[in-house]
Design a protein around this ligand. Structure first.
Ligand code: GLN
Length: 512
């Protein structure tokens, strides 16, 4: 394996150790990833913006501090791909929308600030569905991102760019946001790890708002330990986010290192499976349960009767909040302005700008949300959905009275073909059937790769859900599963990717 290919395939934990020991410089690590982006991103299209100079300058600071004998943090010098929903000074923030084209934010999000302080090297901004609305990145106002396993397939959404960047070895770490599944579903279909922390466990300050009562930033990585290391860097109380939780961050790194599931009570959600679920997905899910049982976990079936209404409730609550949050894109404050020619009134400029700048899905949700909130319909739609939300939270509470975690497939199917669901919003929405309940309840959940579906050879995700502030449990289960699967295959799922036909265009392979 060439030195560059070794760097690309290394874990974030190993890269940080190599940089800290001086075996490889942060500049070399950064350059290797920039070269990989240059080599493969024409086919993957994960990045909206690559910030090569800014990244190399950040890497140089790490190298200089190491040369001066300073001690470095656990992820210093490790490159990261940032979903274009987080603000970062020096880079544009578009949130995947034309309405924000060219907007340069004047401040850093809290998470950006934490990453910068930890000396993580931000490579650039990744593609996403416009304003994080979608499950395929096909709603991006710019272009579609492709799944590195098979470039005719979607990489998931809304954070498809972040997940694809990981799977294409363009970055070892990424961050995303999860409002209804946008970290977990892309992780599931790209064979990577994605964690939605407890709501309020990670700050929303400087994150473009989609649905504020649901939005949760979180870590994306190729290994469980890497996700935990990133989680511990980005989590914690923030006085600038009113819903931030003032409590210690659970010991996610310790949990990822331990992976001990002996005696853990695992509840299989009865409602998630059967009709509409791909047989290969169910097969890998069932095998994973057997692995966990073999490691000493106790598996029981649990019923969560209101989960079947989660999708319907989400598609009322979320658009209601969207319709309010997106009102700020009024042509006056940020980005695009259409019709500012002295011939149009202010109101006309707003209408023209919003008409031109928002894509079809954003418009659909603004209209649905405005309707659901309108007087006369408020109680029937928004009010009822909030009641269902409470019932779902009660289902979780009841379940967590008898089990430590709940599990399900992350998504009913593997990655679907680009274009296949583009004209069928309901089919698209179903990709989040299993992920939405945890958002509605504010709990934490994660997706871990659990193999390739035997029917199409594409990755399958195993979802673990835990109570609020018990994020460490997710990592215990993920680490146990990962350890066992890696030892069975003699290498991780991503080694398979690099060796597979789908991976042949990656220079990771040609460099070996
Ligand atoms: N796919 C879901 C939606 O379209 C989830 C989005 C998200 O989590 N940001 O709303």
């Amino acid at each position: 394996m060439s030195a560059a290919a070794g760097v690309l395939r290394a874990t974030a934990a190993d890269l940080a150790a190599l940089v800290a020991s001086g075996e490889v410089s942060a500049r070399e690590v950064t350059q290797a990833h920039l070269d990989q982006i240059g080599a493969v991103d024409d086919s993957v299209r994960a990045f909206l913006h690559v910030a090569a100079e800014q990244a190399l300058a950040a890497a140089d600071v790490v190298d200089a501090r190491r040369a001066a004998g300073d001690s470095l943090g656990p992820l210093a010098g490790v490159p990261l791909a940032m979903k274009d929903i987080f603000t970062m000074v020096g880079m544009p923030t578009t949130c995947g929308s034309r309405i924000l084209e060219g907007w340069m934010p004047p401040y850093n999000s809290t998470i950006t600030e934490k990453l910068v302080n930890a000396e993580v090297v931000v490579l650039g901004k990744t593609n996403m569905d416009e304003f994080a609305m979608g499950s395929s990145t096909e709603n991006s106002g710019y272009f579609v991102t492709h799944n590195p396993w098979d470039t005719t397939k979607i990489p998931g959404g809304s954070g498809g760019g972040s997940a694809a960047a990981l799977a294409a070895f363009e970055a070892p770490l990424a961050i995303g946001t999860d409002t209804g599944g946008s970290i977990r579903q892309p992780a599931s279909v790209t064979g990577t790890v994605g964690v939605k922390p407890t709501y309020g466990g990670t700050s929303r300050y400087g994150v473009v708002a989609m649905a504020s009562s649901l939005d949760t930033p979180g870590p994306c990585a190729r290994t469980v330990l890497d996700a935990a290391l990133l989680h511990s860097v980005i989590a914690g109380w923030d006085h600038r986010d009113s819903t931030s939780i003032d409590a210690p961050v659970p010991d996610v790194v310790g949990a990822a290192r331990s992976g001990d599931v002996a005696g853990l009570r695992i509840g299989v959600v009865k409602e998630f499976g059967g009709e509409g679920y791909q047989p290969g997905v169910e097969q890998r899910f069932t095998e994973s349960l057997a692995i966990l049982e073999g490691l000493g976990a106790e598996i029981v079936e649990v019923s969560c009767p209101h989960f079947e209404y989660a999708l319907a409730a989400y598609y009322l609550i979320m658009p209601s909040e969207v319709s309010s949050n997106l009102a700020r894109f009024d042509a006056m404050r940020y980005g695009l302005r259409v019709g500012d020619d002295g011939l149009h009134s202010t109101e006309e400029v707003m209408n023209l700008t919003r008409g031109a700048g928002f894509g079809a899905e954003a418009k659909r949700r603004i209209i649905i949300g405005t309707y659901a909130l309108s007087s006369g319909y408020y109680d029937a739609y928004y009010g009822s959905a909030q009641k269902v939300r409470t019932l779902i939270a009660h289902d979780f509470d009841a379940a967590f009275g008898s089990v430590d975690v709940l599990v399900s497939p992350t998504t009913p199917t593997t990655a679907f073909t680009i274009g296949e669901r583009a004209d069928d919003p309901l089919a698209m929405y179903k990709a989040d059937l299993c992920t939405i309940p945890s958002n509605l309840a504010g709990n934490c959940a994660a997706s871990f790769p659990c193999g390739l579906s035997p029917d199409d050879g594409l990755p399958v995700g195993f979802q673990v859900m835990a109570p609020a502030l018990a994020d460490d449990r997710l990592y215990r289960v993920g680490a146990a599963l990962e350890r066992e699967l890696v030892s069975r295959w003699g290498g991780g799922l991503l080694d398979r990717l690099a060796d597979s036909e789908a991976g042949t265009y990656l220079n990771v392979r040609s460099g070996r």
